[in-house]
Design a protein around this ligand. Sequence first.
Ligand SMILES: Cc1ncc(COP(=O)(O)O)c(C=O)c1O
Length: 391
Amino acid sequence: MAEHDDFSTEAIHSGQIDDPFGAAVSPLYDSTTFSFADTEALLEVVGGRKQAAFYSRYGMNPSITSLEQRLAALDKAESALAFGSGMAAISSLCLAFGRGGIICFGEIYGGTMVFLQQQAALLGITTRFVASDDDADFVSALGQGASLVFMETPANPTLKVSDIEKTARLSHQHGARLAVDNTFATPINQQPLSLGADFALQSATKYLGGHSDLTAGVVAGKDREITELNEWRKSLGQAIAPEVAHKLKRSLVTLPLRVERHNKNAETLAAFLHQHPLIEKVYYPGLETSENHELATRQMRGFGGMLSFDLKGSATAARQFADRLTLMKLAPSLGGAETLITQPVTSSHYGLPKALLDKAGISDRMIRLSVGLEAVDDLIADLEQALRATA
Ligand SMILES: Cc1ncc(COP(=O)(O)O)c(C=O)c1O
């Protein structure tokens, strides 16, 4: 399709199933298995000479494969695989390509960290964690041997932006592949594969699903590697269910529209918070004052719907502020139509020692917003009333 930055046509038309009844949108195939006219026809598929519907756990179901075509189109990838969750995608990917050692470059999602430090370590997969602004440390870790580098940009909850192009170049120079967790940005705002990454992955539970009502994951990349990854997905039983695939494919239709609105609302809220006397610091790469702005402008098309900020005052005041919001809901997760608020110290980073929090740049006055699609004036009014009551 066209070589421009507007993915609306791909989001609507790619992966359309050619339905014998002429259905205008792809129907749901919730069958677990598919039948064949004779043994010869079955053997063509079993022997890999023909791609066809076969068995849903293998991902060989039209509702799954057509979703994957749409996901690949959005990432400008040769292929994509859909999983039952973001963690299913991440764990399969690490098992398939991380057995020569994994380097986590910068901050990564807590669930990924737990998997690497606990389950993957038990299987003999070693992981090194390096700061994303320390090239020397990164190159030294690469020199000690790694087959997979894992990064997340923008990262949770500081929205720190890391350089995908440079990380891909250094990883490849040392024979490692680069995987980018693109959950916060989505393919609409950032295209990791075009920037040199080998894999673009996402928790589709967030913006791709977009309505806080499904759990799924995706990995996109080159045909050869995705075929290898598919063997792991198959044996570990991690494929997405056809019903969820159908629902996710429908959500993708509005992804470009939704992301545009998330971007716009978040930019407005970031500007509002930035000038507010009770706010100490706003973390949003779209702000010109952000240390991440220059790099974000280079590698992103939009700055996303996630932002964090530190309130002035005490930890208790920050907690009271969070409790006083009425329109914005206090809940983990992100990427839905409704604005959600969390405090990292009471959710994703709960119980971590202060030294670790300080190192990660997370204060007990930090609030994270997943900015939704509501009228932005209503969101500002909610923030204003909670700030007034906290002052
Ligand atoms: C950045 C990021 N990656 C991966 C995941 C895991 O996704 P899931 O909950 O769909 O397994 C999450 C979940 O919050 C996330 O925020």
